[in-house]
Design a protein around this ligand. Structure first.
Ligand code: ADP
Length: 250
């Protein structure tokens, strides 16, 4: 064992006193009002809370797709607010996998090409990127749709392609906004199992979900309300009752 074995690992993602205000004047909305969160290698964190509580804003900021009003986002110890746009884009492609509700697949590219594109942009050869994409699709049970375009796939298939794209390569941080949204429960469980597997292999994951059943795959559940973390539990089994009490309090 190395000398540093007992030192706590550096978080892959750290949010420090994060705030985000949308709009100004009478239309001003404080989507986040001071959130602190650290997610370590191997950890899957579920974020739960009522609609409008700031969950999507939190994920968007965590992935560097939007900027904080105040506070910091650190990915692998690096304050992303200090990065140039170019360095930020490279960090996003290399280190961060995203699964969003609207899939964001590029309509003019096939399933395999959608998955391979970010890898190729990052310098991986087209051949290797295609091979990785096919492996990722096979893992999702989607090898048959590799050469189909998004409009030739069902919503559930598109969602799984988006998940395969987020997990391909060596992404250290996986951010997922309702990753099981359009999926039947069996496929939803498969997706969660893959996310879990990726975290067990050393990635850090943050997933927004409304389903306590899916949150039960997480190591920790963070509850947010009105832009603040109001509770956390290490015991996912308690998620359902806690969420019920938070929603009941609204
Ligand atoms: P959740 O994901 O929990 O539903 P969001 O992060 O989407 O919550 O939104 C938090 C609050 O910020 C809501 O009041 C929402 O209306 C507001 N909001 C989110 N994005 C924007 C935006 N681009 N412009 C103005 N208000 C926004």
């Amino acid at each position: 064992m190395s000398e540093t074995a007992s030192a706590p690992p550096r978080p892959v993602l750290e949010l420090r006193s994060l705030t985000r205000t949308h709009g100004s004047g009478t239309t001003e909305v404080q989507a986040l009002r001071g959130v602190d969160l650290a997610v370590h290698p191997g950890e899957l964190v579920a974020v739960m809370g009522p609609s409008g509580s700031g969950k999507s804003t939190l994920l968007t900021l965590a992935g560097g797709l939007d900027s904080a009003t105040t506070g910091q986002v650190l990915i692998e110890g690096q304050d992303i607010g200090t990065l140039s746009r170019k360095d930020m884009a490279a960090l996003r492609r290399r280190s961060v996998g995203y699964v969003f509700q609207d899939y964001n697949l590029i309509p003019a590219l096939t399933a395999a090409e959608n998955i391979a594109l970010p890898r190729e942009l990052d310098g991986v050869s087209a051949r290797k990127a295609r091979k990785e994409a096919l492996e990722a699709l096979t893992e999702m049970g989607l090898e048959a749709v590799a050469d189909r375009f998004p409009d030739e796939m069902s919503g559930g298939q598109q969602q799984r392609v988006a998940i395969a794209r987020a997990l391909v390569g060596d992404r250290r941080l996986v951010l997922a906004d309702e990753p099981t949204g359009a999926l039947d429960s069996e496929t939803g469980e498969t997706v969660l199992a893959l996310l879990r597997q990726r975290c067990d292999a050393g990635a850090a994951g943050v997933m927004v979900t409304h389903e306590p059943r899916y949150a039960a795959w997480a190591d920790r559940v963070v509850f947010i309300r009105d832009g603040l973390v109001v509770d956390q539990t290490l015991n996912p089994a308690g998620a359902e009752s806690l969420l019920g009490s938070i929603e009941g309090a609204r």
